[in-house]
Design a protein around this ligand. Structure first.
Ligand code: URA
Length: 239
């Protein structure tokens, strides 16, 4: 990881502040002053200090992506474009992978990290991590549907879903806009839940996952690093 990014992540300040630390020759790697923020380091191998304060952060990276439609949530795919293809070369690290799965035609919040245990924890059914989706449905969603979702939708074959919170944002005979919060991650879950009440999802976007929220300003295909506060909230969640 680039040493300037590591220092930003470890809370030494903004990009500008960190730049000044290099200019003032306050950053050392293995006892040698480093002036290039672009130098690649690994805090488990290098002894990194700022004003003699040891930097020992785990060098994991965490990206919050707004997954665009048409990309596959996978590390690789022989034919189709994956979410990993959207990660720029300088941000790639070995073991980087998307946490969980969004369908090819779904967009929205996707966490991409090389912290295997954290991703694993997030997906554990016992953890019941909340995920909120915005969806457009092909017909009128009713209060009866809201009650049905609250009780627990049953799929063909008898699979029972946990109670889910369905909020109707707007509804007409030909189209409804809804928000749905679920605590599980069954395959095609949201689409199957609506199919169970005879309706079809025509647009789907994930806007939250646990403590992470997708901001309006992150365009489809863009990603950013989690900030320190988000990272703390994420870790707190699984302590
Ligand atoms: N549920 C779905 O049906 N599709 C997704 O991509 C995510 C949740």
């Amino acid at each position: 990881m680039r040493i300037d990014k590591l220092l930003e992540k470890e809370g030494f300040g903004s990009r500008k502040t960190v730049k000044r630390l290099f200019q003032k020759k306050l950053v050392k790697v293995d006892g040698q002053v480093v002036v290039e923020g672009s130098s690649n380091v690994d805090s488990s191998t290098h002894h990194i200090t700022v004003m003699d304060q040891i930097v020992n952060g785990a060098d994991h990276v965490y990206y919050l992506m707004n997954k665009p439609k048409g990309t596959v949530t996978a590390r690789t795919d022989a034919k189709k474009k994956t979410v990993m293809d959207l990660i720029q070369n300088q941000d790639q690290t070995p073991n980087l992978y998307p946490v969980g799965r969004l369908d090819r035609d779904t967009e929205g919040l996707l966490l991409i990290t090389d912290n295997g245990p954290l991703g694993y924890q997030l997906l554990l059914p016992d953890k019941q991590v909340s995920k909120t989706y915005e969806a457009i449905i092909n017909e009128q969603v009713t209060q009866a549907d809201v009650e049905h979702f609250k009780k627990g939708i049953v799929f063909i074959g008898g699979v029972v879903c946990k109670p889910a919170q369905l909020i109707i944002l707007s509804a007409s005979e030909t189209e409804s806009q809804v928000q749905l919060t679920i605590q599980e991650g069954k395959f095609h879950q949201v689409k199957k839940m609506f199919l169970a009440v005879g309706k079809k999802v025509i647009y789907l976007k994930r806007i939250t996952m646990g403590p992470l929220h997708l901001e309006e300003t992150l365009a489809p295909g863009e990603y950013r690093e989690l900030n320190r506060e988000e990272l703390e909230r994420l870790k707190e969640y699984f302590r």
